[in-house]
Design a protein around this ligand. Structure first.
Ligand code: CDP
Ligand code: CDP
Length: 230
């Protein structure tokens, strides 16, 4: 069928994954799944329960008893943990700076990937994260790896904070992003890496619409080929 493709979008923090994924999903009437939100949701619950984030047995046990739901209405996505709307809470600095510690654990990843694969069965789907093209949907028809310089990515996050009325230190924001990228890239369990067959897009000097258009063009090619094959 024409609408049964999967689009995998990976890349480091603030490369534009979620913004662009939402636009692409809306245009194609696909569902959008933000896998980072799932790791953030577990991190929030662990922090609240004061579970040691380094204790893999505890964190994976916690995950096994945690329901995480993603719901979308138009371009807003809501995240629920055990029925509670935590959409804003999972974006806190505390969660952001701790999520990579939990996300590097193999048993946590295994369970998350299983849940994500189940969600991805409903195609068309746009899924973003760090390991979508390599592990979650290795057979995705379109794989994109978004890049941007760390300076540019820190600027983007800085702007977001300013717009929300938060004052943040630019250098610290940049350091936090670099540190998270390092943990995500160096971990043993499905690290942040471009899938061999993914298209790499450097977005440093591209607008959001440029990036969305490039991905839609790739998706269009695949959809046209599928149509022709029928
Ligand atoms: O939006 P941002 O780039 O800040 O991060 P996110 O996509 O919400 O992901 C938060 C964290 O979750 C990442 O830094 C990774 O540690 C982890 N993550 C992951 O390990 N695998 C994924 N598929 C998605 C996120
Ligand atoms: O999901 P990820 O962490 O990769 O990034 P994001 O949250 O989608 O994007 C981070 C910020 O960069 C957002 O405020 C976007 O509007 C902005 N952005 C941009 O200015 N130019 C782009 N080409 C992509 C994103």
């Amino acid at each position: 069928e024409n609408d049964t493709i999967a689009i995998a979008i990976d890349g480091p923090a603030a490369a534009g994954k979620s913004t662009v994924s939402k636009i692409v999903a809306n245009k194609l009437s696909f569902i959008y799944i933000d896998t980072g939100a799932m790791y953030r949701a577990l991190t929030l619950k662990a922090l609240r329960r004061q579970v040691s984030l380094e204790d893999e047995e505890m964190t994976s046990q916690l995950l096994s008893e945690t329901s995480i739901e993603l719901e979308q209405d138009h371009d807003h996505q809501h995240v629920f943990v055990d029925g509670e709307d935590v959409t804003d809470a999972i974006r806190s600095e505390n969660v952001t700076n701790n999520v990579s510690s939990i996300a590097k654990q193999a048993s946590v990843r295994q369970e998350m990937v299983e849940r994500q694969q189940e969600l991805a069965q409903k195609r068309g789907v746009v899924m973003d994260g760090r390991d979508i093209g390599t592990h979650v949907i290795p057979d995705a028809e379109v794989k994109i790896f978004l890049r941007a310089s760390v300076e540019e990515r820190a600027k983007r996050r800085y702007q977001e904070n300013i717009q929300k009325g938060f004052s943040v230190d630019f250098e610290r924001l940049k350091q936090d992003i670099e540190q998270r990228d390092t943990i995500d890239s160096k971990r043993d369990a499905s690290p942040l890496i471009k899938a061999e067959d993914a298209i790499s897009l450097d977005t440093t000097d591209l607008s959001i619409n440029d990036v969305a258009a490039a991905i839609l063009q790739e998706a269009g090619k695949v959809l046209a080929d599928n149509g022709a094959a029928q």
